[in-house]
Ligand binder design. Sequence first.
Ligand code: FES
Length: 289
Amino acid sequence: MTEVIASPCATHTDSCRGTVALDIAEHACRVLQNIPVNAEYRHMIVAAPIGAALAQPGQFFHLACPPGAAGTSFLRRPMSVYGADPLRHTVEFLYKVQGIGTQGLATLRPGDTLDALGPLGRGFELPEKTRHVLLLARGVGLATLAPLAAHAIARGACVSSVLSARSQAVVMSAERLRVAGATVHIVTDEDGSSDPARVEAQLEALHAEAPFDFLSTCGSNRLLMLLQKLGKSWGVAGQTAIEQHMGCGIGSCYACVRPFRAHADSDRLTFRRVCWEGPVFDLQETTSW
Ligand code: FES
């Protein structure tokens, strides 16, 4: 396993991002597992050095994808951390096979090497004494939020998760979340329970029963807007993880810039790099797409 320390950005440091300082490095990780979990998604586990296995929930790695049947991807692919275990020295990814890069990732077999640059970005920051966390996720957003559940529970918080999917057949991570100690609610398009109005009523009921004091979401613009509305109504803060195409992944190329509200209630927009100031942002500062 080799490590090459990379230079993230001449003008930005970990302290200016307000996150835990970890070395950004290019890791040659040995693939331990890379198996399908349903018709669309695969679960990969790699052996990783401690610097990678200390990745925090919400951070990501920039992966060099091997050639696949459809060709070679010359750009790395950002991939959020599905799990990171510093005791076992492993990092996990849950990814949807949908383009040249991820088709290449799907070809990796146990024993192959994955080139992973990271851990990158700013992860979730749970406030002190958080007691009840809501995870609201759809599709691949689950991969990003799942490690937050384990992190929050380890800090003594309760976690309620609402998982949205097209159908029961493509619901992922429910058992993983239950094992971690989270309460799991599944809503789907096939039975209509994922309709935003029904999800809103469900969240209102959950909040009435045991008030949330931290909200998180990833994977759906509609769910983001719903949670922003509820967060304002309840007076509860939160964060969202953004998915974005990237170039360098380390703050240098500005390919990942998006508009954000300057402050929660501001109409003034600012522009931030998702890879560097994010990919986790304040719930109310995030603009919909
Ligand atoms: Fe280059 Fe974000 S991907 S600055």
